[in-house]
Design a binder for this molecule. Sequence first.
Ligand code: TXA
Ligand code: MG
Length: 341
Amino acid sequence: MPAEILPTHTPTLSATAVARTVSVLRSGGVVAVPTETVYGLAANAFSASAVEAIYVAKGRPAHNPVIVHVASAALARECCAAWTPLADRLAARFWPGPLTLVLPRSERIPDVVTAGGPTVGIRWPSHPFMQAVIRECGFPLAAPSANPSDRLSPTCAEHVAQGLGERIPLIVDGGQCAVGIESTVVDVTGPFPRILRPGVITAAQVADAAGPDTRESTAAPAAPTGGGPLRSPGQLTRHYSPRARLRVLDWADDSDLARQIATELSGGRPVHILTHTRIPSAERFPNVSFIPDDPEAFARAFYGYLHDCDARGAALIVVESLPPGDEWDGIRDRLRRASAG
Ligand code: TXA
Ligand code: MG
């Protein structure tokens, strides 16, 4: 049976959706819920069996830990064994919001959440629906993105329904996600913040909030470590991927673009092009979309665009290469992963 979809666009509908969601979560079930970054597939983070149901629904590998969502500083502290001054500074600046802090886990967090590792990723989302549900539940919510493992993250309820609609009972429709890509993940277990996954909160903003004594170490993303639980999803080479092949290209003019496309794809198969500065001619390239040259607008629209290309049967997606600057790092990272392999 396909998932039931509950709307939230009036106060009454929202209250009903909160009550239904809380009731499913309290009985150990999973619910797809809106957050400001991407939709999440939520379960009680203190219950190993509830979190196992997330892994089953997603087909997620057991070595990939899930993020735990809280709605207060007190609940965040219940999830970790040690709360560091660095965590305090970053939480004060960016919570609630699209930032995940990696800290030593407390004994309340089961192994399945952390993939057996010693740390837990914690986030206080700003989305009012998530906050209402977490407060009402009284327990934190483990929630990875609500998509089958290795596919694109969903930024609206329709994306969730397409990917997981036959595998979960309930989807809450909170509209389009305002941020559009997953949170920035920062390891704060040591004296310096280490960016494990870039997002819309930039390395420079993290360094600024962390303070001058910790500044120089935020620049380089953490190197992947072999074996054990993943420290960040970057170690899954192909991740956040559309079904179509994706290439990031730069081109001089339409003929140059056509030539580059021809080396990627045999003639006649559908090519979709995403630009932010150049507009190729509509006669030669019928499927061109434009997202303004602004990292926030780009992040908000990007996954929706890729979902759309897949739905329309694109064989190749060409994305115009991005400008320099760390405000583009989150999108650059997702493009790199989507174009791997
Ligand atoms: O914006 C987001 O973070 C969304 C929404 C739903 O909150 N969630 C999300 O979760 O993107 P997920 O599970 O798709 O990605 C979480 C990533 C994992 O791939 C994992 O590698 C990293 O965060 N992560 C989670 N816990 C970690 C930990 N203890 N140490 C290092 N990385 C961790
Ligand atoms: Mg994910």
